[in-house]
Design a protein around this ligand. Structure first.
Ligand SMILES: Nc1ncnc2c1ncn2[C@@H]1O[C@H](COP(=O)(O)OP(=O)(O)OP(=O)(O)O)[C@@H](O)[C@H]1O
Ligand code: SF4
Ligand SMILES: [Mg+2]
Length: 381
């Protein structure tokens, strides 16, 4: 298979003029007693105005730190942040906290997973919204109050007038998340980061909040980065999806392409773990064997190798570079991609080796992890 390798790690190239946001080779490393945690390790992505990008990956893959690093919302100490974050063509990576204050809220805003941690428990809901309107948009008090009321209405809060005078603990979880969305939208940001905005909520409320975010995003022609561990959440709600593994984007594609022509075994495994309506009852969903790597001592070669059912010796030695697939905007990092002759051969070899092992009760020379992963993968769903 001919593979077009992308130089550096800028998926799609850098076009700081056209893009609202261009992240280039962003690294965010934490210096800990155990060593350096490579939380975000050379991420590049582009986001156009009005588009939604889903960022998906298992727990610990670096999704939150990526979003926080783009926004410059990181701990002050023991962090190394390198690379470029072009916002409307200006690199904001070196901006001070003071400079970033004019960006937060009015240009970029964030909705966090747990509304209780982002709301002030001892401040009335109304004041929490009017505060940023007064600060960023220089509104007077009555203007800010009228806007806060309109915002609560727009995010579907019943009896908004009464809610303005209430404290967060007086609201349900879903209502609290609607309030945090209203606060995030207050100053009309051009990019909204939504970091697992629904995982703390029950299933029916989850759908309402995701629909609300989608509606607000299209009405305001706002760009959105929707962070989640659940590929099912982003399936019908995003233009593009970036799949993260161990601090890197391992596959990125337009949403329909990612689902129909995925190249990464990791993406394939994530897709297999989504419950489907047409699954027979009691279907056991595929789980990805093993655990994500230690980000202080990542394995040599491909980070996914110890868990990959396609793994070959080359994967254990050489890290796959970013390569471009046939479809524009589709990038991946894999030596034996899903759906290619190389991938099919690799999987076939591993399945045959696993079958031979279970028959003979011995382990051939190849990696034991290959067999474990392949054997686990053959347990039909
Ligand atoms: N302040 C910190 N110091 C050291 N390591 C950190 C710090 N914050 C995050 N990390 C590590 O960085 C990695 C990425 O964390 P991150 O929170 O971005 O993961 P995530 O993909 O958002 O996971 P989740 O789905 O659980 O929210 C993890 O290994 C985490 O332990
Ligand atoms: S086939 Fe190899 S390169 Fe591709 S994901 Fe698996 S281990 Fe990584
Ligand atoms: Mg997170």
């Amino acid at each position: 298979m001919s593979r077009k390798v992308i130089s550096g790690s800028a998926a799609g190239g850098v076009d700081t003029g056209k893009q609202l946001l261009s992240v280039v080779d962003l690294k965010t490393h934490f210096l800990t007693e155990r060593g350096t945690v490579l939380a975000v390790d050379g991420v590049s992505l582009n986001l156009e105005r009005g588009k939604t990008l889903g960022v998906v990956g298992e727990s610990g893959s670096g999704k939150t730190i990526l979003a926080r690093s783009i926004m410059g919302l990181l701990p002050k100490r023991n962090v190394v942040r390198e690379g470029h974050v072009y916002y409307e063509g200006t690199d904001i990576i070196g901006h001070s906290q003071n400079e970033m204050r004019s960006v937060w809220g009015s240009e970029m805003a964030m909705v966090f997973q747990d509304p209780m941690t982002s709301l002030n428990p001892v401040m009335k809901v109304g004041n929490q919204i009017t505060e940023s309107l007064v600060h960023h948009l220089s509104m007077d008090k009555s203007e800010a109050k009228a806007t806060a009321l309109a915002l609560l209405q727009s995010v579907g809060i019943p009896e908004p007038q009464q809610r303005l005078g209430e404290y967060p603990h007086q609201l349900s979880g879903g209502m609290r998340q609607r309030v945090t969305i209203a606060i995030a939208l207050a100053c009309g940001p051009k990019i909204l980061f939504a970091d697992e905005p629904t995982t703390a909520l029950d299933v029916t409320v989850q759908a309402q909040i995701l629909n609300l975010l989608g509606r607000q995003q299209s009405e305001r022609h706002m760009a959105m980065i929707l962070v989640t561990h659940d590929l099912g959440v982003v399936a019908g709600r995003t233009d593009d999806i970036a799949v993260m593994y161990a601090g890197k984007i391992v596959e990125q594609a337009p949403t329909n392409v990612l689902f129909s022509k995925m190249k990464m075994p990791y993406t394939e495994a994530l897709v297999s773990s989504i419950p489907k309506l047409d699954n027979p009852s009691h279907t056991v969903l595929e789980i990805i064997p093993g655990r994500p790597p230690d980000l202080v001592h990542p394995p040599k070669g491909c980070n996914f190798a110890p868990r990959c059912k396609y793994v070959q010796d080359k994967c254990l030695e050489e890290e796959p570079p970013l390569a471009q697939a046939e479809t524009p905007g589709h990038f991946y990092r894999c030596w034996f991609p899903v759906g290619t002759p190389e991938g099919r051969d690799a999987l076939g070899r591993n399945l045959a080796a696993a079958a031979a092992t279970s028959t003979l009760g011995s382990t051939p020379a190849s990696t034991t992890t290959t067999l474990t992963a392949a054997a686990a993968a053959t347990k039909e769903t």
